[in-house]
Design a protein around this ligand. Structure first.
Ligand SMILES: Nc1nc2c(c(=O)[nH]1)N[C@H]1C(S)=C(S)[C@@H](COP(=O)(O)OP(=O)(O)OC[C@H]3O[C@@H](n4cnc5c(=O)[nH]c(N)nc54)[C@H](O)[C@@H]3O)O[C@H]1N2
Ligand SMILES: Nc1nc2c(c(=O)[nH]1)N[C@H]1C(S)=C(S)[C@@H](COP(=O)(O)OP(=O)(O)OC[C@H]3O[C@@H](n4cnc5c(=O)[nH]c(N)nc54)[C@H](O)[C@@H]3O)O[C@H]1N2
Ligand code: SF4
Ligand SMILES: [Mo]
Length: 702
């Protein structure tokens, strides 16, 4: 028996922690993972690890994980070979497009698409050939308003200013709970330690959240906010900054700031208070404290993206940083300068060049909001979706009114899933193509290096052998592309393996051949713990991609959306609003099949304030029935002083145990799906992003 030690970045969440993984090799049988620990030599994560890291082993060994293509015949699954699978997929997709047009095939790409570099580099090699306008992804149940705001203000959807958490003196977080999520659009391993250091150097942390979250508990100040009230709060803050002369100059070239100043005049703290539930004096005080801080940053995440004013919120977040002089400033919000520079190598995106057929929702960067997917399948007519390709996604559990989508999928003419499991979504597929596991493949994080609080880079080779007959995700896309191109008689350009592409991108990038770093894949091979390329610095002035080369402070669609906010009625008394919740041992819908992560007390209960329980004569721990416009579910309720009265919270990603899914551990503790209650008609008015938070519900005894 021998043991080998490997260094590898965890790809499960955005924190990209470095891990030390020990592999045991025995005379008989395949090599086995014998331990997973944090890597203290990773200059970025410095040994940090969370309980999910052990799932890398559990995924590897999970008997439910598919290891070869599976074709469904009725309710039976049959293992088939790759060539047969590729030919079958190509034939069916081509036939659907022949009969009903290109847009009759839809695509949905899920969250791991940005965590697995082969999916980043190669999914479009195949999906692009389909030339369909019906492309959807998890972006529109998540950060779409952030991309759109950056596209409109800075000229590129990936120019996302990141909080300079290590140097700021005042951090205002709205709708993010990094202590549970480990940070998002802010790649920050060991966020708890960094926030404690912020406080230790005399900085302040303020959290705005309808729940006193784990992060709120660490904060100097926590403000309860009515779900969906953030745009009002942010308007009140911006108004105060202008009205009290607290704005500071910026070195950035700016267009439209006067228009903003004028447009915000009616939105004073006093009138905004009623909409967000925060006293006017508290709003003014927050604006003054933010402006008084030497370096400050306002950061909004999931909770403010996925609400009815998501785009307005993110625009206002940018404006608050801008007018206080904290945009593109050390200790404020800074754009990264990653080794693989996707901003430099891609177009800035486009918006509203076409709309969805049924509800007329706008495209962004070639994708339509996923809230429209079910109706595009169900609504008859020219352009109706008849076939679907899903890639690393589980929209039945992760998109609004998932039950309706579940029903819609059952009626498709053909469905292809590139996924590791037969889950709530892929059980409807005619064909599932599973890739190698992550540890059997190389890894380079082109997404989260772009979003990190320092400029970092790291490449790791596979640490387990590729099993005989298995294919990596990127090879699956090449196989599909070749088969489809042959069937459709179109020409296919040659491609390179992802590692070669990364090598090329590294050499061409800001630390490449023309810099003193001379980064290349070989150099990263020699530094398996990763390399720190330095702190973030001001660079936005030279990276702006707007037509006029200036920050566009007042994009017309966002300015216009202020009028929708102005018309917003005051909240109805007694109305309960549903919000989401994340737990450090879970990850969206696909981490519930690993015993080590789900053991202990179930974590899918509803949280409700004791007063709200009392009003309804409900008891802590009892089963309750929750109703919304779209559905009814039953779940145990737990009394919690953490909740703002009038707000209830349920995590998403549960609702397993559906007929035909093959997830033994998850199925034994299924929980219910929060997205059986969320509503595809509740959306951000600008981008069409799903409003998963602030859903009106009723709760009664079950
Ligand atoms: N109510 C509510 N709903 C939400 C949210 C919320 O906060 N509240 N959050 C939203 C957010 S932020 C997101 S990002 C979405 C996520 O929504 P989705 O991306 O649709 O769902 P996931 O649960 O991430 O599903 C991941 C899928 O990828 C597969 N998979 C994992 N690794 C690989 C791989 O390497 N290759 C391949 N081919 N497949 C792989 C898994 O088996 C699983 O089927 O959910 C959203 N839904
Ligand atoms: N452990 C774990 N980590 C994860 C994931 C996971 O599922 N589990 N998912 C990953 C993914 S895909 C993402 S996108 C990130 C998300 O990372 P975060 O953005 O940090 O997401 P959450 O932890 O859901 O935090 C959202 C917070 O918003 C609050 N909130 C809800 N509605 C409102 C509102 O109207 N206004 C305000 N101000 N706050 C509101 C919620 O109470 C919650 O505390 O996490 C990633 N990391
Ligand atoms: S926080 Fe946990 S899941 Fe996220 S990268 Fe680090 S070890 Fe992996
Ligand atoms: Mo997400």
């Amino acid at each position: 028996m021998t043991k080998t030690l490997h260094h590898r970045a965890c790809h499960l969440c955005e924190a990209i922690c470095g891990l030390n993984i020990e592999i045991t090799h025995e005379a008989e049988g395949p090599p086995r993972i014998s331990s997973i620990k944090g890597d203290p030599q990773d200059p970025f994560s410095r040994g940090h690890i969370c309980p999910k890291a052990v799932a890398l082993q559990d995924i590897q060994e999970d008997p439910d994980r598919l290891r070869q293509p599976h074709r469904r015949i009725g309710d039976q699954w049959q293992a088939i070979g790759w060539d047969e699978a590729f030919a079958f997929a190509a034939e069916r997709l081509w036939a659907v497009q022949q009969a009903h047009g290109r847009n009759a095939v839809a695509v949905y790409q899920g969250n791991p698409s940005v965590h697995n570099y082969g999916l980043m580099t190669h999914s479009n090699y195949f999906l692009g050939l389909l030339k369909t306008r019906n492309r959807f992804s998890a972006t529109s149940v998540d950060q779409l308003p952030q991309h759109l705001t950056s596209h409109l203000m800075y000229g590129h959807g990936l120019l996302l200013p990141i909080p300079d958490i290590d140097h700021t003196q005042f951090m205002l977080i709205l709708g993010g709970n990094p202590l549970a999520s480990n940070g998002s659009i802010m790649t920050v391993p060991d966020v708890e330690k960094r926030l404690k250091v912020l406080k230790a150097r005399g900085g302040q942390l303020v959290v705005v959240d309808p729940r006193r979250s784990e992060t709120a508990l660490l904060a100097d100040r926590h403000l309860f906010i009515r779900p969906g009230g953030d745009a009002a709060l942010l308007c009140g803050l911006l108004h105060t900054l202008f009205a009290e002369g607290l704005a500071r100059g910026s070195h950035l070239p700016i267009n439209g700031l006067e228009q903003v100043r004028e447009a915000i005049l009616p939105f004073d703290a006093a009138s905004m208070s009623a909409l967000c539930g925060i006293p006017a004096e508290e709003i003014r005080r927050l604006a003054r404290d933010f402006a008084a801080a030497d370096k400050a940053v306002c950061y909004g995440r999931m909770g403010v993206s996925t609400q009815a004013f998501g785009s307005l919120c993110h625009w206002l977040v940018q404006l608050i940083n801008l007018v206080t002089g904290n945009l593109d400033r050390v200790g404020g919000a800074l754009c990264t300068e990653p080794a693989v520079d996707l901003v430099a190598s891609t177009s800035g995106g486009h918006f509203d060049q076409w709309r969805s057929r049924v509800s007329g929702l706008p495209e962004y960067a070639g994708e339509l909001p996923v809230s429209a997917l079910a109706e595009e399948i169900l609504e008859p007519g020219d352009g109706q979706v008849r076939a679907l390709v899903t890639v690393a996604g589980n929209p039945v559990l992760s998109t609004p009114n998932g039950r309706r989508l579940d029903e819609a999928l059952a009626g498709l003419e053909f469905m292809l899933s590139i996924d590791l499991y037969i889950n709530e979504t892929t059980r409807h597929a005619d064909l599932i193509l599973p890739s190698t596991s992550a540890l059997e493949n190389d890894h380079y994080d082109s997404t989260f290096n772009l979003l990190a609080v320092r400029n970092v880079t790291r490449f790791n080779r596979a640490i387990l052998p590729k099993p005989e007959g298995a294919l990596h995700d990127w090879e699956i896309f090449v196989g599909l592309a070749e088969a489809f191109a042959q069937r459709a008689q179109v020409e296919l350009k040659a491609t390179l393996p992802p590692a070669r592409m990364i090598d090329f991108a590294l050499r061409k990038g800001p630390y490449g051949d023309e810099s003193s770093w001379k980064l290349s894949l070989q150099m990263l091979d020699e530094h398996p713990h990763g390399l720190d390329l330095g702190p973030l610095g001001a660079n936005l002035a030279v990276r702006l991609r707007t037509v006029g080369g200036k920050v566009e402070a007042a994009p017309a669609v966002l300015l216009g959306d202020l009028q929708r906010l102005a018309r917003q009625a005051a909240p109805t008394a007694g109305q309960l609003l549903l919000i989401g919740r994340r737990h450090v041992r879970s990850n969206n819908s696909w981490m519930h099949n690993y015993h080590r992560l789900v053991k202990g007390k179930p974590r899918h209960h509803l949280l409700m304030h004791p007063d709200d329980l009392l009003h309804r004569q409900l008891q802590d721990g009892q089963m309750v029935r929750i109703r919304s416009r779209t559905g009814v579910i039953e779940v145990p309720v737990q009394a919690s002083e953490e909740m703002m009265p009038g707000v209830v919270s349920l995590p998403h990603g549960y609702g397993h145990g559906r007929q035909g899914a093959r997830l033994q551990v998850a199925g034994a503790q299924p929980g219910v799906s929060a997205n059986d209650l969320t509503d595809e008609h509740l959306r951000d008015g600008v981008s069409g992003n799903a409003a998963l938070n602030g859903v009106p519900v009723q709760v009664e005894a079950a």
